[in-house]
Design a protein around this ligand. Structure first.
Ligand SMILES: *Cc1c(COP(=O)(O)O)cnc(C)c1O
Length: 305
C-alpha cells in the first residue's frame, strides 16, 4: 500500500481522478446500482497509463525502454515515455491494426513489427533489449505497474464507500491484483470479482489451478487476449480474489451496446466485460456494484458491430 500511495503522489501532476458515477437507465437494466468507473476518459483511452507513468517515474533514469503489445499497453508506455523524455520501442505482431500502430507512433515511440503473434513479438522484444541495453517492460510482472494501476481503486473507494462488489476485466491481471490490494486495505467488505472471455481463459484457468497456465486465444476482445498467466498478478489474486467469471464475446458486445445507449459511453470490448459479468452473474454482485470501464479504444470492427 505504501507503493500505491507513492504512486498516487507521482501521478497527481499528470492525471486527474477519473469520474465514477451511475446512470438510472443502466441501473434499471442491471437491477442494482452500477457505478461506472470511467477509465475510458484517460488521455490514452485506457487505465494502463497509470501504471506506465508510475513505472517510468520509479525507474528515474533515461535508459530507453522496450515492450511488446498490440494495444493499450503500447499506448501507455509510449505516452509515459514521452512525458518522461525517454525513447520507447514497441514490438507489435506483423498483423497489428494500422490505426493502433499509428496511435503509438503519433506519441513519438518507435514501432517494430515482428512475428505472427504475441509470443514472437515478446521474444523479439527480449532480443532487442539484450542487444541494445534497453529496459524490457513486461505487461504483467512489474510491481510498479500494479502500484500505478491501483490508484484507480483508491479513487473508486473514496468516491463510493460501501460497494458490495467491484468487477475487473483481466488480461495479464494487473488491474484485478491492484483492486484486491486496495480493497483489502481500505474497503475490506468489498468483493473483487474478475472476468475474462471464455474464448481466452488463461488467467481464469491459472487462478483456478493455482499455477500459471497457457491457453489458446480465441477471443476477438483485445485487452483480454492473453495466452498465459503472469506470476506476479496471479500470486496477488490467489487468496484475495472472491470469484472469477467467464463471459462470451457476444455478451461483451451486448454490454458495449448497453453502455452506449444507457450511459453514453463508448467502451471497447475489454472495457465492457465487467458489465457483461454483472448481467451474466447477478447473484454474485449484491445491491451496489462498480464496473471498471477500463478502456474506450474500440476497434473499427467493434464500432461497426
Ligand atoms: C489491458 C486491459 C485490460 C486487462 O488488464 P490487465 O491488467 O492486463 O489484466 C482490460 N481492459 C482494457 C481496456 C485493457 O487495455
Amino acid at each position: 500500500m505504501t507503493d500505491v500511495l507513492s504512486a498516487r503522489r507521482r501521478l497527481a501532476r499528470h492525471l486527474p481522478p477519473t469520474p465514477a458515477w451511475s446512470y438510472p437507465l443502466l441501473d434499471d437494466a442491471a437491477g442494482r446500482t452500477v457505478v461506472v468507473k470511467h477509465e475510458n476518459t484517460q488521455p490514452t483511452g485506457a487505465f494502463k497509463v497509470r501504471g506506465a507513468l508510475n513505472l517510468l517515474a520509479c525507474v528515474g533514469d533515461d535508459r530507453p525502454v522496450v515492450t511488446y503489445s498490440t494495444g493499450n499497453h503500447a499506448r501507455a508506455i509510449a505516452y509515459a515515455a514521452r512525458v518522461h523524455g525517454v525513447d520507447a520501442t514497441i514490438v507489435m505482431p506483423a498483423g497489428a491494426a494500422e490505426l493502433k500502430v499509428r496511435a503509438v507512433e503519433a506519441l513519438g515511440a518507435k514501432v517494430e513489427r515482428h512475428g505472427a503473434g504475441m509470443p514472437e513479438a515478446e521474444a523479439h522484444a527480449n532480443d532487442l533489449a539484450a542487444a541494445t541495453g534497453a529496459r524490457i517492460v513486461s505487461p504483467g510482472d512489474e510491481p510498479a505497474l500494479v502500484a500505478g494501476v491501483a490508484t484507480a481503486y483508491l479513487e473508486l473507494f473514496e468516491q463510493h464507500p460501501g460497494l458490495d462488489t467491484v468487477v475487473v476485466p483481466v488480461g495479464s491481471g494487473t488491474g484485478a491484483a491492484a483492486a484486491c490490494l486496495v480493497a483489502a486495505a481500505v474497503s475490506p467488505r468489498t468483493r473483487v470479482v474478475a472476468v475474462q472471455s471464455g474464448a481466452a481463459p488463461a488467467a481464469h484457468d491459472s487462478w483456478r489451478a493455482g499455477t500459471c497456465l497457457r491457453r489458446a486465444i480465441g477471443t476477438r476482445v483485445d485487452g483480454l487476449a492473453t495466452g498465459r498467466g503472469f506470476e506476479l498478478p496471479q500470486r496477488l489474486l490467489r487468496d484475495r480474489l472472491a470469484d472469477f467469471v467467464l463471459v462470451d464475446d457476444d455478451a461483451i458486445d451486448d454490454a458495449r451496446r448497453l453502455l452506449a445507449r444507457r450511459a453514453h459511453t463508448q467502451a471497447e470490448g475489454a472495457g465492457a466485460a465487467a458489465l457483461a459479468a454483472v448481467l451474466a452473474r447477478p447473484e454474485l454482485m449484491g445491491p451496489a456494484v462498480a464496473v471498471m470501464v477500463t478502456g474506450g479504444n474500440a476497434t473499427e470492427a467493434e464500432l461497426t458491430r
